[in-house]
Write a protein that binds this ligand. Structure first.
Ligand SMILES: [Cu+2]
Length: 118
């Protein structure tokens, strides 16, 4: 009898904590997701021309227009790519629209799409 009382008291003591903890985790996860989502929404598409694709190094050279979110004027430069399959989608000479962001200090192409030739 004593055990039953103790365990039900324990349950009663713990049960209010569980939903609170779950709530806290959910809130925490949302805090982590929101900046990333806001960031990729904020990154504007920039036009560029592929100059070189270096599949081995996971890098791509793009002659690009102004990149407002990186505060960068137009130039030709090397970017990392967020995902290696981006490198298979483009080749030197292709006109593209892409988004670039700074990830851990490295300028990284986060999305890329071909612009059909006119
Ligand atoms: Cu640049």
């Amino acid at each position: 009898m004593k055990y039953i009382i103790v365990s039900s008291m324990l349950l009663a003591a713990l049960s209010p904590v569980l939903p609170a903890a779950a709530q806290e985790m959910k809130t925490d996860a949302m805090h982590h997701e929101m900046p990333a989502a806001a960031q990729s929404n904020a990154a504007p598409k920039v036009s560029g021309e592929i100059r070189k694709v270096d599949t081995d190094a996971g890098k791509i050279t793009i002659r690009h227009g102004e990149i407002p979110n990186l505060d960068m004027p137009g130039m030709t430069m090397v970017f990392r790519v967020a995902s290696p399959d981006m490198l298979g989608k483009v080749k030197a000479g292709d006109q593209v629209l892409f988004t670039a962001e700074k990830n851990n200090g490295a300028l990284t192409v986060t999305s890329i799409e071909l612009v059909p030739a006119k």
